[in-house]
Design a protein. Structure first.
Ligand SMILES: [Zn+2]
Length: 177
């Protein structure tokens, strides 16, 4: 597993070992060996896209992407970063059930996880404050938290992840244009 954290702007792979969900064990070792996860990721994403019909709405009203998904300078980023002022409402990308709300794995700060179906989970991290609780059902577009910079974050932003079958994929593929 790649362990270096060169950019302190966001939670990195090495900081999420203790996360409350399991990671598919095969991906990280493959990635670190090949050093070219981009092609692999794209191919897999396209396959998934064909299998799963999923439409997510943006978790913030105004979108400013400060960092995309994937590896940059040998550091993996499991989501996308959306910069926004402190306290900006974070909206559920789709309806579902809150499966985690609290202090996330190291680096994630205050975090909310929503399960939309058995295989589809979205993650919202670095929150200033979470306003939903574990077990709660939320509707599409409902405010679930407010933007902050808790955890490993140098500025106010939302770290947004999409997990399909527990594996992080690029949420941009599924976000409504
Ligand atoms: Zn991030």
């Amino acid at each position: 597993m790649v362990a270096s954290i060169s950019t302190p702007s966001c939670a990195s792979k090495s900081s999420i070992k203790k996360k409350p969900y399991k990671r598919a064990s095969s991906a990280p070792s493959k990635w670190s060996k090949n050093q070219s996860p981009k092609k692999r990721t794209v191919e897999k994403s396209q396959k998934r896209q064909a299998k799963i019909s999923l439409r997510l709405s943006w978790p913030l009203k105004r979108i400013s992407i400060s960092r995309g998904f994937g590896v940059r300078e040998n550091e993996r980023h499991d989501g996308i970063d959306l910069s926004a002022p402190k306290g900006t409402p974070i909206l559920a990308s789709s309806g579902g059930r809150v499966i985690f709300s609290g202090n996330g794995p190291t680096g994630y700060g205050n975090m909310v996880m929503i399960m939309h179906s058995k295989k589809i989970i979205t993650v919202y991290a670095h929150n200033f404050r979470n306003i939903v609780r574990k077990g709660e059902w939320v509707s599409h577009g409902q405010t679930i938290a407010y933007v902050g910079k808790t955890g490993r974050s140098t500025g106010y932003h939302l770290h947004f992840e999409l997990r399909l079958n527990r594996k992080a994929v690029d949420p941009m593929i599924y976000l409504i244009k």
